[in-house]
Write a protein that binds this ligand. Structure first.
Ligand SMILES: Cc1cc2nc3c(=O)[nH]c(=O)nc-3n(C[C@H](O)[C@H](O)[C@H](O)COP(=O)(O)O)c2cc1C
Length: 197
């Protein structure tokens, strides 16, 4: 599959088997994140990879609790989100590995630092897909690590204290069938031709 085909067919997966993702693949997914475009050539994003399902579950339950879950459902029928299915306990579903993209604390409100972090997350999900690993980007990172039970945890793992988590990347092997490509809404692009055309 060429890159455009991969980008078109990748989906957010929320149902995973218990089988762990191989270390070499996790390293390649992190590497993809580290090579993402980055504002000001600062390479500001740092990436934590967790391979411990118990720890992932513990953080995931707090992550889900950080979402009000009272808004209209409809994210996905085949791969329901915590908004679609209120019985789901973990915001990371049953993923077996979890990437956490972090950015400098002092820049957490700056659009370019946020953009840098999300570019890393996007590179990670595309590399995962290329390796046959499913993924889902998940938010609420700041709220999750501001929770009293989680505060200080990234520092205990060795994250530079000047850094703060921005976004999660759930990873694992899909349980069941891979969902079909989602149709795109019309009218989301404009093309301005050159004068002589
Ligand atoms: C910035 C961002 C935050 C997201 N946060 C969540 C989340 O918290 N929980 C979740 O299940 N999916 C989350 N997603 C995944 C989206 O729900 C998903 O990309 C969207 O439904 C489109 O589906 P697709 O990725 O399968 O094409 C997030 C995606 C992005 C880009």
């Amino acid at each position: 599959m060429n890159l455009l085909e991969q980008m078109k067919t990748r989906r957010s997966i929320r149902k995973y088997r218990t089988e762990r993702v191989e270390r070499e693949k996790l390293d390649m997914i992190v590497e993809a994140g580290l090579y993402a475009p980055n504002a000001g050539a600062r390479q500001a994003a740092k990436i934590i990879m967790i391979d411990d399902p118990e720890l992932i579950e513990r953080i995931g339950v707090i992550n889900a609790a950080c979402e009000k879950r009272n808004w209209a459902s409809g994210v996905s029928e085949e791969q329901p989100s915590i908004i679609d299915d209120l019985s789901i306990k973990s915001g990371f579903y049953s993923c077996t590995a979890l990437g956490i993209v972090c950015i400098p604390e002092k820049n957490k409100g700056a659009v370019n630092a946020i953009g840098t972090g999300f570019c890393a997350a996007e590179n990670m999900v595309l590399e995962a897909y290329d390796l046959g690993v499913s993924s889902c980007i998940v938010g609420r990172a700041e709220a999750t690590f501001n929770h009293p039970e989680m505060k200080g945890l990234p520092g205990e793992w060795g994250l530079d204290p000047e850094y703060t988590p921005l976004v999660f990347v759930c990873l694992g092997y899909i349980e069941g069938n891979y969902p079909a490509v989602k149709a795109r809404k019309e009218g989301r692009s404009l093309f301005i031709p050159r004068q002589e055309d």
